[in-house]
Design a protein around this ligand. Structure first.
Ligand code: ATP
Length: 286
């Protein structure tokens, strides 16, 4: 779960203690963790992955195995708690998340009053390698977007706010399109397009930010992917990573403004179909 044998710098994050309550198979468990490599050894289904999943949840606010929180709560319980003591250099923090499926999750840092769950992002940082990673290659584009966005947020936690803005705008825009499509079908008046224009601007603005971050990340990953592939298949490279969006080729060299223009144009192009179908069609970058 933390493998930084040697070269421990002041910047190395270390989870010193993990406590779980009603998380997956654990009614309660306390796991002290020494620096260096920790190996969990046990029979199948004993709950090794559950421990890793809990730490991963603190880092990403999601499980790497399931898309909702309900399966994470121990059967028969109505909430789960994940708590971790984290040190980084001289600094120690206690992070706590309470998972309440169907209701808002709660978060605390250093036992103080509540913070928003996304405020804990950036305290625990993890790299997870699991069988589920295959879906990065085999799965839907949504899996790849999720991977990029989680990594982007780990690198700059403020992106969590941009992402949730984007999701909120998308949802509200879809509600507007849906009611407009319904009204049309029932012979009502057309929708007020100026309202849609406003939402398009919001969507393209947040979308440009998300896209720019993804492009930066891909550029940063490129040499690492190349190196990793060279170690795996000497002489087999180079590996090229490219971001393909349904809104056309994207180039970070042109900056946020160009991305914004591009996304705005892509929205304009599908507007007629969107109004007919009543849903946002430009899937990028969501
Ligand atoms: N919500 C839940 N409530 C109670 N038990 C659960 C819940 N979710 C999972 N489990 C139990 O947790 C166990 C699975 O744990 P986990 O996937 O961590 O296994 P593991 O020890 O990593 O084994 P493997 O080698 O298969 O990965 C199973 O016994 C399963 O029944």
């Amino acid at each position: 779960m933390h493998s930084h044998a040697g070269g421990r710098s002041a910047h190395t994050m270390h989870v010193t203690h993990l406590s779980l309550a009603d998380f997956r198979s654990y009614a309660r468990v306390e796991v002290p963790l020494d620096p260096g490599v920790t190996a969990f050894v046990g029979a199948n289904g004993q709950g090794k992955t559950n421990l890793v999943e809990a730490v991963g949840y603190l880092a990403t606010l999601a499980s790497h195995r399931v898309s909702s929180d309900a399966p994470l709560v121990r059967m028969g319980a109505d909430r789960a708690v994940i708590r971790a003591a984290v040190t980084q250099g001289e600094r120690s923090q206690l992070v706590e998340l309470e998972l309440n499926p169907g209701r808002a999750n709660r978060a605390r840092i250093n036992r103080s009053s509540q913070v928003r769950p996304r405020d804990v992002l950036g305290i625990v940082r993890t790299v997870l390698f699991a069988p589920e990673d295959l879906s990065l290659v085999k799965g839907d584009p949504g899996e790849r977007r999720r991977f990029l966005d989680e990594l982007v947020t780990a690198r700059s936690p403020r992106m969590a706010a941009v992402r949730s803005d984007y999701e909120r705008v998308l949802k509200q825009r879809n509600t507007l399109l849906k009611s407009a499509a319904m009204a049309r079908r029932h012979g009502g008046r057309g929708m007020d397009l100026s309202t849609l224009d406003v939402w398009d601007q919001h969507l393209a603005r947040a979308g440009a930010e998300v896209t720019a971050q993804r492009l930066d990340l891909i550029a940063a990953l490129q040499p690492l992917a190349d190196k990793a592939y060279e170690a795996l298949a000497p002489g087999g490279g180079p590996v090229a990573l490219e971001y393909r969006s349904s809104a056309g080729p994207m180039d970070q060299a042109h900056g946020r403004e160009a991305l914004f223009e591009q996304l705005t144009a892509a929205l304009a192009e599908v507007r007629k179909q969107e109004i007919e179908r009543g849903v946002t069609l430009g899937r990028s970058p969501s």
